[in-house]
Design a protein. Structure first.
Length: 309
């Protein structure tokens, strides 16, 4: 059993994005490093960054009816305590790096940890794929840490609720950022758990795929991130709210806008369009297809479902 030592804490400011080489060096220098591998247990067991702890992505997500919902605070508290996390920890989130969608898992976990009051956070750029490409060592040895007694202090400035978004829509007083590709933004398709197609009224589109270096799963640097962020129009003093279907792709936009471009007042609508369209009253929508188009889409999805073995 490999045990991660808890060394004396020294104040430092973690970079939000680490290359594989930077993480390898951090493993030798960081005072209290916690490498959190969010891949499934089988993939983790086949090889991981030495000293990693496994906390699969599903543990950070909500129920099947809306995976974007946050788990109960008690569940999240138990999870971060089991990982030995405290404000003194430098937590590095590691995902597969298989594709651009995968980065959203790492960004969503990073956002959740920050929501829980932790500040020293990073993501391994390119995930385990980038680590392996640099021919850095992999381990199959299980690591362990002493559980912490950390009691999260929720930073609600990072979270937008359905009620918050409803006020923004009524008052037109926030930059609403739709992180989804065109088919979703234009209302031509929707997530399976969403009741309606379309987007939030007044939303600007910022497809999450824009944040990656061409032809790769590597996130852009800070200079490029600021150029991408400049595409969003926002009046001075307004909040910015990123959303998608279930708060996964939107976590990538949130990370790029907040952590890499350094914009203030960026929030994540965790439940996103699935939560928005599940409200009891019909919610305000834009780019919503007509009734005939909606019925045709529903029939198509029903036909696909019954033909699935």
């Amino acid at each position: 059993m490999f045990t991660l030592g808890l060394l004396a804490f020294q104040t430092h400011a973690a970079q939000p994005l680490l290359s594989a080489a930077e993480l390898a060096r951090a493993g030798q220098q960081a005072p209290v490093l916690r490498i959190i591998d969010i891949r499934p247990p089988q993939a983790f067991a086949e090889g991981h960054v030495p000293g990693s702890l496994n906390a699969p992505y599903g543990k950070w997500r909500g129920p099947a009816s809306n995976p974007g919902e946050l788990p109960e605070l008690g569940e999240l508290t138990a999870l971060v305590q089991s990982l030995g996390l405290t404000p003194a920890s430098h937590a590095v989130v590691v995902s597969t790096g298989a594709d651009t969608t995968d980065f959203g898992a790492a960004a969503r976990v990073y956002w959740t940890l920050k929501l829980l009051g932790l500040q020293e956070l990073s993501i391994l750029n390119g995930g385990i794929k980038a680590w392996s490409a640099q021919q850095l060592p992999l381990s199959r040895e299980a690591a362990s840490v002493t559980p912490s007694s950390y009691q999260p202090q929720m930073d609600m400035s990072l979270l937008a609720t359905r009620e918050d978004v409803g006020r923004h829509v009524r008052l037109s007083n926030a930059a609403l950022v739709d992180s989804r590709p065109d088919a979703f933004y234009q209302g031509r398709t929707r997530a399976p758990a969403a009741k309606l197609s379309g987007t939030l009224p007044g939303a600007q589109q910022l497809d999450f795929n824009q944040w990656f270096q061409p032809g790769s799963t590597l996130f852009v640097d800070a200079d490029q991130a600021r150029q991408i962020a400049a595409k969003i129009r926002r009046e001075q003093g307004q909040d910015m709210v990123a959303f998608c279907n279930t708060g996964h792709w939107a976590a990538t936009d949130w990370f790029g806008l907040s952590e890499m471009a350094g914009l203030p007042g960026v929030k994540l609508y965790a439940g996103s369009m699935v939560d928005w369209t599940q409200s009891k009253e019909p919610p305000p929508m834009a780019h919503q297809p007509g009734r005939a188009q909606s019925l045709a889409y529903d029939a198509q999805q029903w036909w696909k479902k019954i033909r699935t073995p």
